[in-house]
Ligand binder design. Structure first.
Ligand code: KE4
Length: 438
């Protein structure tokens, strides 16, 4: 049972954070975990089960981060744990092909019609980096297009921000990224086809690919406006550039076949991650067989990985996808629970008179603290991040663990119950009413 504590005891997490900072930059192995945008010190998590996590001090929370998306079944699902244990008993890695890789690859290619072949890697970053190298190899062109607010992992040429003019080449968006690496990237505003048309008017013969999150998750959840994805498909096809869907979040999240089955647009290549690893490190890229023939050892585009297709990760991914495929109306249940949460949060914000724009696609959602619609990065940035930080901490005190950033997606899992959703919306109502009085 969630214990509602107004002030959390976090002594152990604090001690662990002090120790961690001695040996790990910022005390974390990924920046968002440091809570820089919401303030305070991160909680160290000791265990998870279903929709719940417990921190090192024993505080229990309802978890809506879900390891940033992989845990669509909830934490420590018995079938996933058993599959990992079973694989581990036979060894953890061979550096040689195994049947498990075929099993997971067949599940992915059967679920996603545009994916004729797939290559497994160890992260979403590797998946997108490899897919873009493949697009460049296949088209023999250098430029790529991404969208402002889109995140595709930390490959040099993807850490790029828009240059002065829309169609000008980009600038590095991180220290250590050489200017030439950023210059091969063009950045357009999400959901703005006219801006993309302008880029293609100038650069079309040199564009290898457009990479897009078919439902944006990394500026907070921003769905594609009607016609946006089809417009990308038309523009790329007309200029012989490839269309790459980055479905690292949306793959098996918004539908078993990913966003490309919700919005019937077929990309040339698709990137996966998160859910297909069931919580273990897996990424993948795949697509048209004629393009995948370029991947070594078949073709000239090189990509490799010591632990790619690792048997434990494959076993976790297979168990996860099978649980999704076999659960009766799993996606209808995810939709119903997330819709219940959306209604509850919207009602609470309206009653409190706090402006909130809630964007949701299936079981991924974000409550932006802004009164205006959020359809791109510029409108996402109108959100009041201070208000979000207050909301984050106040919900934490009520046993609800949200993303430690306004510009991230929250996730409902199959382990969340109606009672969990009711408890969450009750806590939100409490917090938003309090916020309306300050
Ligand atoms: P990884 O390299 O983190 O496995 O995947 C990179 C990636 C690629 N594409 C999309 C659409 C993604 O969302 C991600 C990673 N997502 C972030 C959360 N927004 C991971 C969290 C983190 O960076 O710690």
């Amino acid at each position: 049972m969630i214990t509602r504590t107004r002030t959390l005891t976090t002594e152990t997490s604090r001690e662990l954070f002090t120790r961690a900072q001695q040996v790990i930059p910022g005390g974390v192995n990924s920046p968002v975990r440091a809570w820089r945008s919401v303030g305070g010190q991160p909680l160290f998590i000791a265990r998870g089960a279903g929709a719940h996590i417990w921190d090192a001090d024993g505080n229990e929370f309802l978890d809506y981060v879900a390891s940033w998306g992989p845990l669509i079944l909830g934490h420590a699902h018995p079938h996933v744990v058993a599959a990992i244990q079973d694989a581990a008993m036979r060894g953890t890695s061979y550096g040689a092909p195994t049947e498990l890789e075929i099993e997971l690859a067949q599940r992915v290619t059967r679920a996603v019609p545009s994916v004729g072949m797939v290559r497994f890697v160890n992260s979403g970053t590797e998946a997108t980096m490899s897919a873009l190298r493949l697009a460049r190899a296949y088209t023999q062109r250098d430029l790529i297009v991404k969208f402002e607010g889109g995140y595709h992992g930390h490959a040099d040429f993807l850490l790029a921000k828009a240059g002065s003019g829309l169609a000008t080449l980009s600038l590095p968006d991180s220290a250590g990224v050489p200017a030439p690496a950023a210059k091969t990237t063009l950045v357009a505003p999400y959901n703005h086809l006219d801006a993309l048309q302008e880029i293609f008017n100038i650069h079309s013969d040199n564009i290898a690919a457009v990479i897009v999150e078919p439902v944006a998750g990394n500026m907070g959840v921003v769905p594609p406006l009607p016609g946006f994805l089809q417009g990308l498909r038309n523009l790329t096809r007309a200029s012989n550039a490839l269309l790459i869907f980055d479905e690292v979040i949306t793959g098996f999240r918004v539908a078993y076949g990913g966003a490309q089955t919700l919005y019937p647009v077929q990309p040339d290549l698709t990137c996966f991650g998160k859910i297909i690893g069931g919580g273990l490190p897996v990424g993948a890229y795949g697509g048209r067989r004629d393009i995948m023939q370029f991947v070594a050892p078949l073709g000239p585009m090189y990509q490799a990985g010591t632990l790619s297709g690792n048997p434990l990760a494959m076993a976790a991914g297979i168990a996860t996808l099978d649980a999704l495929a076999e659960a009766p109306d799993a996606y209808a249940q995810l939709e119903a629970r997330a819709a219940q949460l959306e209604r509850g949060l919207n009602d609470a914000a309206r009653r409190a008179g706090i402006p909130v724009t809630l964007n949701r696609v299936g079981s991924m959602l974000t409550a932006f603290f802004t009164a205006q619609p959020v359809t791109d990065y510029a409108s996402a940035k109108t959100a009041d991040t201070q208000r979000y930080a207050h909301y984050f901490h106040a919900m934490l005190e009520r046993g609800i663990y949200l993303a430690p950033s306004q510009f991230e997606a929250g996730f409902v899992s199959l382990a969340h119950t109606d009672a969990d959703i009711a408890l969450t919306t009750e806590a939100a109502s409490d917090v938003l009413n309090e916020m309306s009085r300050v």
